[in-house]
Design a protein around this ligand. Structure first.
Ligand code: BES
Ligand code: MN
Ligand code: ZN
Length: 493
C-alpha cells in the first residue's frame, strides 16, 4: 500500500510538489516561496494554462527549478464549497497524475487534520492495483509512486484522523481483491477461508458447510449450489465492538448480508457466452460485507455488527436444479424455481431468514448484484435501494451523498408482489420483465419477517470499466465506504 506521512509545511528538496489551490486563491506560503525561487515559473505556467484553482482542473509543471522535479497544481474550487469528497478526489488525482515520481509532497495554504487525512484516503484508494496474476511486468511499466507526504500544522491530529480511514482503505482493498479474483481460484470454500483469516482482526468467524445447512433446511440456497462440484458455504462474522471488551453488548446488532455467487452461469437457464466472464463478480455483495466487517474491526468501531455471506457457484450439470423445481426454504415457504438464473434471491432468502431468526437485528442491510434490470433503470450511477423502513432509507441516502456511493430508493408494493405468485407453490422466483428489480426485492422481502431491512441492488456499481477519481477501473468495493459511514454516523458510541 502507498506509504502515507504527515509533516510540517516546508519546501521539499527533491521529488514532486503538489499544490492544492482554491479558486481565485493568491500565492502565499510555500507556493509564493517556490514562485520566487524559480523566478516566477509557477505564475507563468498558471497563466499559460489558465489555471485558477477551479475544482478538478490541474496544471503540471516540469522541472520548475529549486530541485523540484515536477509541480502538480490541483484546483479545489471555492473554499466555502470544499467537501471531504473534493479533498479525497484531489488525493486520487495526485496518484493518477504522478505515476513516474517515487515521492510526492502535498501542500496547501492551510490544511486541517481531517482534510490532510482525506487527501491521503483518496490517494490510497486510487492507488489500488490487482497485480497478482501478472508475472511479466517490467518495473518501468509499473507506477512508481510509493510515498506521499501531506503537510499540515496539526500532525498528531492528522495521524489520528488517518487511522480509521487507513482501516477503511484496507477493507476496501480486501473487497477489491476478492471481487477481482478469478472464479477458478475464488470458489465458495476458498472465499470462506479468506473470511476465516479475519479472526486476526478480532472478528469471530463461523463457517457452515453443506451438511450444516442441509440440517437447518436451507433448501433454497442448496438448490442453487447442487449443480456445482464446489461445496457451498455460509460464513457468519461477528464484530463485538460496542462494549469495548470484545463481548456482545445488550444492544441489538446491526446485520449485513451479502450475495456470494462465486460464478453465475445462469445454471440450466444458461446465460449467453458474451460477457459471461463478468459473472465472476457476482459475489460482490458478499465481498463488500467481508470488507466492511474488516473495516469495522480494523478501526475498532463501537458497534456490535454481524456479517453473513451465502457462498455458492451456479452451474448447469446433471445434478443441477431444473426450471420447474419446487424447493422449501429455511423459512418453510416453498418456491417454484421458474428460472435458475434468478439464483441470488434464493441464496439471500435462506441467509436473511437465518439472520433475523438467530440475531434479532436492529436492522439488516443486504447487498447483491441481483438484477440486470437495475442497470437499465439506474445505470452505473446509483445502487437501487429497497426498504421497508423510511428512517433506515434516509440514513442510507445521506451516507451515499456523503461518501459518493450513491443510492436511489425504489418502490416496494403489494401490486408488484402479486407478480411472484405461483400456481403450485408459495411463490415463484421470477416476476416477468416489468419491474424486474422490484419483483426481486419483493421476493427478498418475504424472507425478512417484517424486521427493519434495506436491500441494495449493486449490479451496476460493483464493477467499473473506467477510472474514476478514487476508484480505479475494475472492482469498486461499492458499499464498504457507504455502510461504514452509516454505522459511524448513527450506530456507534
Ligand atoms: N447476477 C445476475 C444479475 C447481474 C446481471 C449482475 C448483470 C451483474 C450484471 C443475476 O443472478 C441474474 O442473472 N439475474 C437475472 C434475473 C432474471 C432471470 C429474472 C437478470 O437480471 O437477467
Ligand atoms: Mn443469475
Ligand atoms: Zn447472479
Amino acid at each position: 500500500m502507498l506509504d502515507i506521512a504527515f509533516a510540517k509545511p516546508a519546501l521539499p528538496k527533491t521529488g514532486a510538489l503538489v499544490l492544492l489551490i482554491h479558486e481565485g486563491e493568491k500565492p502565499s506560503g510555500l507556493w509564493a516561496q517556490l514562485d520566487d525561487s524559480t523566478g516566477g515559473a509557477i505564475a507563468r505556467a498558471f497563466a499559460v494554462a489558465d489555471f485558477t484553482g477551479v475544482k478538478g482542473k490541474t496544471c503540471a509543471i516540469l522541472a520548475p527549478g529549486a530541485g523540484i522535479g515536477r509541480v502538480l497544481a490541483i484546483g479545489l474550487g471555492k473554499p466555502a464549497e470544499t467537501t471531504r469528497t473534493i479533498l479525497q478526489e484531489a488525493g486520487g488525482t495526485i496518484v493518477a497524475g504522478l505515476p513516474r515520481e517515487t515521492a510526492a509532497t502535498v501542500t496547501a495554504s492551510a490544511l486541517t487534520a481531517q482534510q490532510a487525512a482525506d487527501v491521503a484516503f483518496g490517494a490510497v484508494l486510487r492507488s489500488y492495483r490487482f497485480g497478482r496474476y501478472r508475472t511479466r511486468e517490467k518495473p518501468e511499466d509499473l507506477p512508481k509512486l510509493a510515498k506521499i507526504t501531506i503537510q499540515t500544522a496539526e500532525i498528531p491530529k492528522a495521524k489520528a484522523a488517518w487511522e480509521p480511514l487507513d482501516a477503511t482503505a484496507k477493507g476496501v482493498f480486501l473487497t477489491r481483491d476478492l471481487v477481482s479474483e478469478p472464479p477458478n481460484v475464488l470458489d465458495p470454500p476458498e472465499m470462506a477461508e479468506r473470511c476465516r483469516k479475519l479472526s486476526e482482526l478480532g472478528l469471530k468467524v463461523e463457517i457452515l458447510g453443506p451438511r450444516e445447512m442441509s440440517k437447518l433446511g436451507f433448501g433454497a440456497l442448496l438448490g442453487v449450489s447442487q449443480g456445482s462440484v464446489k461445496e457451498p458455504r455460509m460464513v457468519v462474522m461477528h464484530w463485538n465492538g460496542a462494549n469495548g471488551n470484545g463481548r456482545k453488548s445488550k444492544e441489538k446488532p446491526v446485520v449485513f448480508v451479502g450475495k456470494g455467487v462465486t460464478f453465475d452461469t445462469g445454471g440450466i437457464s444458461i446465460k449467453g457466452a458474451a460477457g459471461m466472464e463478468d459473472m465472476k463478480w457476482d459475489m460482490a455483495g458478499a465481498g463488500t460485507v467481508i470488507g466492511l466487517m474488516a473495516t469495522l474491526a480494523g478501526r475498532k468501531a463501537k458497534v456490535d455488527a454481524i456479517g453473513l455471506v451465502g457462498l455458492v457457484e451456479n452451474m448447469p450439470s446433471g445434478s443441477a436444479q431444473r426450471p420447474g423445481d419446487v424447493v422449501t426454504s429455511y423459512s418453510g415457504q416453498t418456491i417454484e424455481v421458474i428460472n435458475t438464473d434468478a439464483e441470488g434471491r434464493l441464496v439471500l432468502a435462506d441467509v436473511l431468514w437465518y439472520a433475523q431468526q438467530k440475531y434479532d437485528p436492529k436492522f439488516m442491510v443486504d447487498l447483491a448484484t441481483l438484477t440486470g434490470a437495475i442497470i437499465v433503470g439506474l445505470g452505473h450511477e446509483f445502487a437501487g435501494l429497497f426498504s421497508n423502513d423510511d428512517s433506515l432509507s434516509q440514513k442510507l441516502t445521506a451516507a451515499g451523498q456523503a461518501t459518493g456511493e450513491r443510492v436511489w430508493r425504489m418502490p416496494l408494493d403489494e401490486a408488484f408482489d402479486k407478480q411472484i405468485r405461483s400456481d403450485i407453490a408459495d411463490m415463484k422466483n421470477v416476476g416477468g420483465r416489468p419491474g424486474g428489480s422490484i419483483t426481486a426485492a419483493q421476493f427478498i422481502q418475504r424472507f425478512v419477517n417484517g424486521k427493519p431491512w434495506a436491500h441494495l441492488d449493486i449490479a451496476g456499481m460493483a464493477w467499473s470499466t473506467k477510472d474514476a477519481a478514487i476508484v480505479p477501473k475494475g472492482a469498486t468495493a461499492f458499499g464498504v465506504r457507504l455502510l461504514d459511514r452509516l454505522v459511524a454516523d448513527h450506530f456507534e458510541g
